[in-house]
Structures are given as structure tokens and as C-alpha cells.
Design a protein around this ligand. Structure first.
Ligand SMILES: Cc1ncc(COP(=O)(O)O)c(C=O)c1O
Length: 412
């Protein structure tokens, strides 16, 4: 991915285009929402598509189901275009937690197998790995990534140091939850494959934050969320699996996506189940809510129309501005990487001098700013997500709020 250099201030004309984009989103204009890293906000056209699909469904849940399924198929095609993959290799799932569980608990494990994951994985995914170690007897090993790393090579080196000839699965976030580190997923896939291991990428934050090219990465399994940076309805994620390993992943939930006669193959050698792509069988977990998936097609269209590179660039531009402003303070330490290939729209700072304050609360109550904050020993850590509905003035308000709150704490 080419590095995008942040550049500001931008022109008035450019800012007025982003103002128009901002007005299309449903978040409260009197609040500052800096937590896309947890959940994104719906744009009006996506909301309208969701409501239209719900209405269509409720007019006649039986007769109108085929139409909704066609909407899901269209959404899957659009999503496949967004991530550069074949729709046949892609399935919608509720979220990335489910996607990673489908992989980890769908593989057949043997005695002595190891899973190698970074030490910066999301808590729920860590739980999935811990459970696998208990349930399947696999050994869990860690690649320890420096915070912040100087460059992508540091991440590869951390995995090289921990990989063994028993590693069967490598797991890494594409964009880490804590600091927004963008991992070199292609290099990690090459490393895993050179050791005969499979690789699963937790792409919770990537779709909608950075342009994706699943064909180029060559990962066996790639799970993603649509409800963060892609701003789809909540409860929509996906799993992409390379055709040659699809059948190694057994279905986690067995329903209509199963055949007592086993699988067949299509002309390209892809496994089929009941004459349909094997991956689509993975999503046959009984009745699911389809309108959210249908409207995800509109979320893809909305962002594609703006331009995926432009969106990535905007998030970084705001992040770059925030980082420059925060660098004025000796009490704020940037934990996110600064290497241009490793950093996107998440900026995480370790703050000192805020005492025992529960910083998240005054930020929300006094300044109407939403951003996650957690404690790290005597410090507080704040994670700031900058997306296309944020602005330079919102960044200024966050910086001023932090400065004032700290000053107040120092005076007490
Ligand atoms: C890196 C990472 N992985 C997984 C998840 C879990 O996402 P979900 O709850 O949508 O499955 C998150 C959520 O913040 C995350 O940051």
C-alpha cells in the first residue's frame, strides 16, 4: 500500500466537501464521536437502505425472502469488489469474533500443534485462542511486537523469532486494537507458508480504514468487520477463505449448509456444497437477519463513491494533525507507530498527570466527546479514531479538553 502523507490545513473548498459528507451521517452533531474503532456510524443512504429492506421483509416475510437474498448476494459481490476477492470465497458472518472462531474451532488439531499470535490481539480473540489451547490441546505461542515498532520488519522479526516447525496457525490483526498498528500481512503470510503453517488475519478495523487487496495478501483466512470503519449496520462481518483450504475448515454450526453426500467441485476446483459455494454453506446458521447484510451493499457503494484512497487519506490527515497538536505536550506519549506504512486512522496516547480521574466520563459529560480510555498503571491511555465524519475543529476540541482536564487535576 502506498504511504499517504498527511497534509494540512487543506483548502476551504476541500473542507466544504468533507462538511457535506459529514452532514450525511446520523451521529449527533452536538457531540464529537471519536470511536469508530469500536463502532462506526450509519450514513443516511445506508440507514434508508436498511429501513427499506426491513419494510420489504415485513410486508411479506415469506414471499419477499428471495428478493432479500438477492440483495444479500449483491452486497456480497460489492464487498468482494471492495476487498478484491471472489464472492464465492466470501461469506457474511455476524462479526470478526465469529469469523475467527469459525476458523480456530473449525480446523482439525493434532497433538503438538501450535498457534502463534502477536501479543497485541483483541481480548475476545485472545479468549478464543485460550479456549482452543484448553479444548484442543494446542500450545499458544506469542510474537512480541515492540510498541511502537520502527517499521514493518520489526513485526516480521517478532513472528520469525517465535515460529517453530510445529506452528500450524499464525494469527495477527491487520490493524491492532490498541495502537492501530498496520501489520505487514503479506510478509506474515509468506512467513507462515514458508513454515507450512496457515494464517488467519483479524481484519476488524481494516475494511473502510485502508484499501484492501485480499488477492495480493495470499492469506488463508481473513475475517473482517463491516460495522466499524465501513459504517455498515451493526452485526455484519465477513470471512474470506482461500479456495484450497476451505474444506479444511469444518462448519462450526451445521444446518442447511451441509450435505449428507459430501462436497463436489466447480470448474475452478472450488468446493461446492449442495451445488453452491462451500463458503456460503458456512453462513447457513438457520434464520439470520438479512436487512443488515443487504444495507452493507449500500455502505460499500457509499464509500466507493467517495473513494477508498481518499477516505484512508482523510483519516490519516486528521490523525496527523492530532498527533502534531498532542506532540506539544510532554505529558502525552504517542504509542501508535509513525512509520507511514504502519499507521492509519487510529492514534493512541499514553497520558500522565490525570490522577485517578475516570477520564472517559468528563470527556463525555463536560465536553460531549466519545473516545475510549483505559488505565495502564499510573497512566491513562486514550484511543482516538479519526474518520470521514470528523473534522479538524473536533480534533482541536479534544486537545483543548484534555489540556483543561489535566490542568484542573494538577490544581487540585
Ligand atoms: C482487533 C479487533 N478484533 C476483533 C474485534 C471484535 O469485533 P466484534 O466484536 O465486532 O467481533 C475488535 C473490536 O473492537 C478488534 O478491535
Amino acid at each position: 500500500m502506498p504511504a499517504i502523507t498527511p497534509d494540512w490545513p487543506t483548502t476551504a473548498a476541500e473542507e466544504s466537501k468533507w462538511d457535506a459528507v459529514r452532514q450525511l451521517f446520523l451521529n449527533d452533531p452536538d457531540q464529537i464521536y471519536l470511536n469508530t474503532g469500536s463502532w462506526g456510524v450509519l450514513a443516511r443512504p445506508v440507514y434508508d437502505a436498511l429501513i427499506a429492506a426491513i419494510r420489504e421483509q415485513e410486508l411479506n416475510p415469506t414471499a419477499n425472502r428471495d428478493g432479500l437474498l438477492e440483495g444479500v448476494a449483491q452486497a456480497r459481490r460489492r464487498l468482494a469488489g471492495l476487498v478484491n476477492a471472489c464472492p464465492e470465497d466470501l461469506t457474511f458472518l455476524m462479526n470478526v469474533t465469529v469469523a475467527v472462531n469459525a476458523v480456530v474451532n473449525g480446523l482439525d488439531w493434532q497433538d503438538g500443534d501450535e498457534i502463534l499470535a502477536s501479543d497485541q490481539e483483541y481480548g475476545a480473540i485472545d479468549n478464543c485462542l485460550h479456549n482452543a489451547s484448553r479444548r484442543w490441546g494446542v500450545t499458544l505461542r506469542r510474537a512480541s511486537i515492540p510498541i511502537p515498532p520502527e517499521g514493518p520488519r520489526d513485526v516480521v522479526k517478532a513472528f520469525e523469532a517465535a515460529i517453530t516447525d510445529r506452528t500450524r496457525l499464525v494469527l495477527c490483526s491487520h490493524v491492532t486494537t490498541g495502537t492501530g498498528l498496520i501489520a505487514p500481512v503479506k510478509a506474515l503470510a509468506d512467513l507462515a507458508h514458508a513454515h507450512g503453517a496457515l494464517i488467519v488475519i483479524d481484519g476488524a478495523h481494516a475494511p473502510g480504514m485502508i484499501p484492501l487487496d485480499l488477492r495480493a495478501y495470499g492469506c488463508d483466512f481473513y475475517g473482517g468487520n463491516c460495522h466499524k470503519w465501513l459504517c455498515s449496520p451493526k452485526g455484519v462481518g465477513f470471512l474470506h477463505v482461500a479456495p484450497e483450504v476451505q474444506e479444511r475448515m469444518k462448519h462450526l454450526v451445521v444446518g442447511w449448509g451441509y450435505s449428507k453426500n459430501g462436497t463436489t467441485k466447480d470448474g475452478d476446483g472450488r468446493p461446492l456444497i449442495n451445488g453452491k459455494p462451500y463458503m456460503w454453506g458456512i453462513e447457513q446458521w438457520g434464520t439470520a437477519s438479512l436487512p443488515e447484510q443487504v444495507a452493507t451493499g449500500e455502505a460499500v457503494r457509499f464509500q466507493t463513491d467517495i473513494g477508498l484512497e481518499r477516505i484512508a487519506q482523510r483519516g490519516r490527515q486528521l490523525a496527523g494533525y492530532l498527533r502534531r497538536r498532542m506532540s506539544e505536550f510532554d505529558w502525552a506519549e504517542l504509542l501508535s507507530p509513525t512509520h507511514p506504512e504502519m499507521t492509519g486512522s487510529i492514534s493512541t496516547f499514553r497520558l500522565s498527570g490525570f490522577g485517578e480521574m475516570k477520564l472517559r466520563e468528563p470527556l463525555l459529560q463536560r465536553y460531549r466527546i466519545t473516545a475510549p480510555v483505559w488505565r495502564e498503571g499510573p497512566h491513562q491511555v486514550v484511543r482516538v479514531s479519526t474518520h470521514i465524519y470528523n473534522s479538524f475543529s473536533q480534533v482541536d476540541r479534544l486537545v483543548e479538553a484534555l489540556r483543561e482536564l489535566r490542568k484542573g487535576e494538577q490544581q487540585t
